[in-house]
Design a protein around this ligand. Structure first.
Ligand code: PGA
Length: 246
């Protein structure tokens, strides 16, 4: 059984005043529990304050990136242990904005996922094709290679994968439901090939312009085990509508 996960990715958005949105989400979930696991990945600077504000809530917290190293002379970097110490239980790894903006490869994502697991965090490993790759008919091939290259071999600890087509992130565009189904099936097949039975239980999230209006149809697609939500996770009302679509 795959337990669905709805995770909000706040990216580089959020100051102390925005904790109120997370608190509003928590209040609603306390009244009516979600059918999915719910997580918020705020900027690192807000994790410990959000952990305080949401104490006792079912909402889990996550980081947006972590170092492949456990500690040391890496100015500006944040380790998995630091995220966990601040109150995070998950961490986004290999987001396309890190792959494109900071040259992160599959090998980097794998090293980061390994470090995250060693620190007791659940990585959400992101994969997804660019528009050029999709247009050339290579989306399945590209995403399968990313999964194989980013996956921690013989992992038994919990992890998730997020399929986020680069061209769907922040654009309002989404693949067809059949297109999402095709890629998610390919990801599941790659996970089972690589990990055997352990590859069957990891949730495969869809991400890229998920909003209240399209969440229910996307979440109903076979092998879609939740969503990674950027823009629409910043406001409690929108994020809750997506959570309630499970
Ligand atoms: P979006 O971002 O929902 O704003 O498209 C998703 C993501 O990048 O995780």
């Amino acid at each position: 059984m795959v337990t669905p996960l709805i995770a909000g990715n706040w990216k580089m958005n959020g100051l102390g005043e925005n904790l109120a949105e997370a608190e509003a989400t928590a209040r609603s979930l306390a009244e009516t529990p979600a059918k999915a696991r719910v997580a918020i990945c705020p900027p690192t600077t807000l994790i410990s304050r959000m952990a305080e504000a949401l104490r006792g809530s079912a909402i889990e917290l996550g980081g947006q990136d972590c170092s492949p190293e456990p500690s040391g002379a890496f100015t500006g970097d944040i380790s998995g242990a630091m995220l966990r110490d601040a109150g995070a239980r998950l961490v986004i790894i290999g987001h396309s904005e890190r792959r494109a903006g900071y040259g992160e490869s599959d090998a980097t994502a794998q090293a980061k996922a390994r470090a995250a697991i060693a620190a007791g965090l659940e990585p959400i490993v992101c994969v997804g094709e660019t528009l050029e790759e999709r247009k050339s008919g290579r989306a399945v091939e590209i995403v399968t290679a990313q999964v194989e290259g980013s996956l921690v071999p013989s992992v038994t600890a919990p992890f998730a994968v997020a399929y986020e087509p680069v061209w769907a992130i922040g654009t309002g565009l989404t693949p067809t439901l059949a297109g999402i189904e095709e890629i998610h099936a390919a990801i599941r097949a790659a996970l089972v090939r690589g990990l055997g039975e352990a590859g069957r239980t990891a949730p495969i999230l869809y991400g890229g312009s998920v909003k209240p209006a399209n969440a229910a149809e996307i979440l109903a697609v076979p092998e879609v085990g939740g969503a990674l939500v950027g823009g629409a996770s910043l406001k409690a009302a929108d994020f809750l509508a997506i959570i309630r679509a499970v």
